[in-house]
Design a protein around this ligand. Structure first.
Ligand code: GDP
Ligand code: MG
Length: 206
């Protein structure tokens, strides 16, 4: 063969020219709002889950009101990866939804670019803790209303008012089971975080 090295050359050509940038995104929200579902819907790697069957011992503390069919719970976190573009890879970390695992949040939040807060219109108040957490720490976040069947549909501006969100916080309706829908949410978080970062870098004019 005239070009003996062509096969290795072509396999090399398939590799991206630059190593992708990797960004860490947190997925937060109340218990049973769809965090594990969201990570599973988009992850290219088998999501690492640390689900534990809800035990009788956990029942008094895990509030199952409205999520009675749920029989497993994420004790530590969900972990997944999605390539948004050849040069941009997101690592997703689902935060534990129960109050008794709050101590893990500060560890998970280290180095996070931004966060998705999932909300359920039947239990909007369950999202307050996550929203407060990211606001207090200045971590950019977007809110995604996971559209469960049978849950009331409100205009997004009604939800924005109910959650007392700043006008610039991205707010959208999503389906945590749909890859395309989840990707849109993730893109909006990344864009929002980059916009805020750009603003901080702008020189102060006096
Ligand atoms: N109908 C519907 N069910 C969903 C949706 N997202 C999640 N679920 C279900 O709601 C339950 C709780 O979801 P899960 O992802 O475990 O919630 P997590 O506690 O936030 O991780 C599971 O039984 C899911 O299959 C959704 O968009 N629509
Ligand atoms: Mg979960």
């Amino acid at each position: 063969m005239a070009f003996g090295r062509s096969s290795s050359r072509s396999s090399r050509a398939k590799r991206p020219l630059v190593e992708p940038v990797t960004l860490k995104i947190l997925v937060a929200g109340g218990f049973g709002v769809g965090k594990t579902t969201l990570v599973g819907a988009v992850s290219e790697i088998k999501p690492l889950r640390t689900e534990e069957t809800l035990t009788e011992a956990g029942r008094p503390v895990d509030d199952l009101h409205g999520v009675e069919t749920k029989s497993t719970t994420t004790v530590a976190m969900d972990f997944g990866r999605i390539t948004l573009r050849e040069d941009l890879v997101l690592y997703l970390f689902g935060t534990p939804g129960q109050d008794r695992f709050w101590f893990l949040w500060d560890e998970l939040a280290q180095g996070a670019l931004g966060a998705v807060v999932l909300a359920d219109t039947r239990r909007l108040g369950d999202s307050f803790a996550a929203i407060d957490y990211f606001e207090r720490r200045g971590i950019p976040f977007a809110v995604a209303v996971n559209s469960f069947e049978g849950a009331p549909r409100f205009p997004v501006e009604t939800v924005r008012a109910a959650l007392d969100l700043d006008a610039e916080v991205p707010l959208m309706v999503c389906d945590a089971r749909e890859r395309g829908s989840v990707k849109e949410v993730l893109v909006s978080v990344v864009e929002h975080a980059l916009t805020l970062a750009d603003r901080q870098r702008e020189p102060v004019t006096t």
